[in-house]
Design a protein around this ligand. Structure first.
Ligand SMILES: [Zn+2]
Ligand SMILES: [Zn+2]
Length: 340
């Protein structure tokens, strides 16, 4: 086995992604080493590039949409075996002992909340090490490229929808048809919701319907709130866009006790308190989820046939791949592959 690996690191705030050779790391106790096969490039990786995360240390290898194979295990690891396929997502671990962890709210750990590719090196490279707490089992039906985007874009939409309060048959709208939205429409349809796609322009309609939407609203030509109201009002609107004004424009389309589920990180948004009060509406956010939520996402995706549409780049082209993601023009997720 070679003792060197290639990774793409960022060495300083706003520095380039540079491919460097490093020694292949040994997994500490309760961690495993993973031979990475594929890693999605997520918009959130920009917090590494731009140095936006408090306490972030450079150099750092980004990447929290990881698919790979366990290649070594640290001391004390008994539940995971060499050769097993695993995924690693945003949630990289938690202390397990603080009050929030004891309540099961691992995402809110106050002592040792780890984020993959931020607190420790992520998946833009040939190998990485990860705590067992961060591992999801990968079904054999998924290729590494298929699985990678499901570890962040997938789990974020899947988990938000299944925690939204919507039930089969309810009217559920997905605002935005990008990296998150194109998965959100598929999950919503497969969960048995009457699914509405909302996006800008007539040209997205065919795609929305192909992904499972039974209604489509062109938010440039139509008032999305009025159109949703005509359909009876949405039980849930999953807002995947990053434009606050687009979110504000749909609030009036919520039905009684409807929920605006926000997963797009807009700078700010306006809401009408009067509409909120008289409709007994909720506005709610959702974090992605932990490792077992990832595992549920992968299993549901296999069962239902939900897949991300991806543009694939080799690790050598990481800069081009990152720029493609940042351009917002990718259809729809960008995935790095590590070769052999
Ligand atoms: Zn992400
Ligand atoms: Zn904790």
């Amino acid at each position: 086995m070679p003792n060197k690996m290639r990774v793409a690191q960022i060495a300083r705030v706003n520095g380039p992604l540079e491919i460097v050779e490093r020694p292949i790391p040994e997994p500490p106790a309760d961690w495993v080493r993973i031979k990475v096969q594929a890693c999605g490039i997520c918009h959130s990786d920009s917090v590494v590039k731009e140095g936006l995360w408090p306490g972030l240390q450079f150099p750092r290898v980004p990447g929290h949409e990881v698919m790979g194979i366990i290649d070594a295990v640290g001391e004390g690891v008994s539940q995971w075996k060499v050769g097993e396929r695993v995924g690693v997502g945003w949630h990289g671990g938690n202390c397990g002992h603080c009050d929030n962890c004891r309540r099961g709210d691992f995402f809110a750990c106050t002592v040792d909340l780890k984020v993959t590719g931020i607190s420790f090196d992520g998946g833009y490279g040939e190998y990485m090490v990860a705590p067992t707490m961060a591992l999801a089992r990968v079904p054999k039906e998924l290729t590494p490229v298929e699985g990678a985007p499901l570890m962040c874009a997938g789990i974020t939409t899947f988990n938000a929808l299944r925690n939204s309060g919507a039930r089969p048959g309810d009217l559920v709208a997905v605002l935005g048809l990008g990296g998150l939205g194109h998965l959100g429409v598929q999950y919503a349809a497969k969960m048995g919701f009457r699914t509405v796609g909302i996006a800008r322009g007539k040209d997205k309609e065919a795609l929305a319907r192909k992904l499972g939407a039974i209604h489509y609203i062109d938010s440039q030509a139509q008032d999305p709130a009025a159109e949703l109201a005509k359909l009876g009002g949405a039980r849930v609107i999953l807002a995947t866009v990053t434009a606050g004004d687009a979110m504000s424009a749909v609030q009036g389309g919520l039905g009684p006790k409807g929920t605006l589920m926000v997963i797009g990180a807009a700078q700010s948004m306006q809401i009408s308190p009067l509409v909120l009060i008289t409709g007994a509406q909720e506005i709610k956010g959702w974090y992605s989820g932990n490792a077992v939520d990832s595992q549920d996402t992968l299993a549901f995706s296999v069962m239902s046939g939900v897949r991300s549409m991806n543009e694939v780049y080799p690790l050598d082209k990481v800069t081009e791949a990152y720029e493609r993601m940042a351009s917002g023009k990718a259809r729809f997720r960008v995935v790095l592959t590590m070769g052999a």
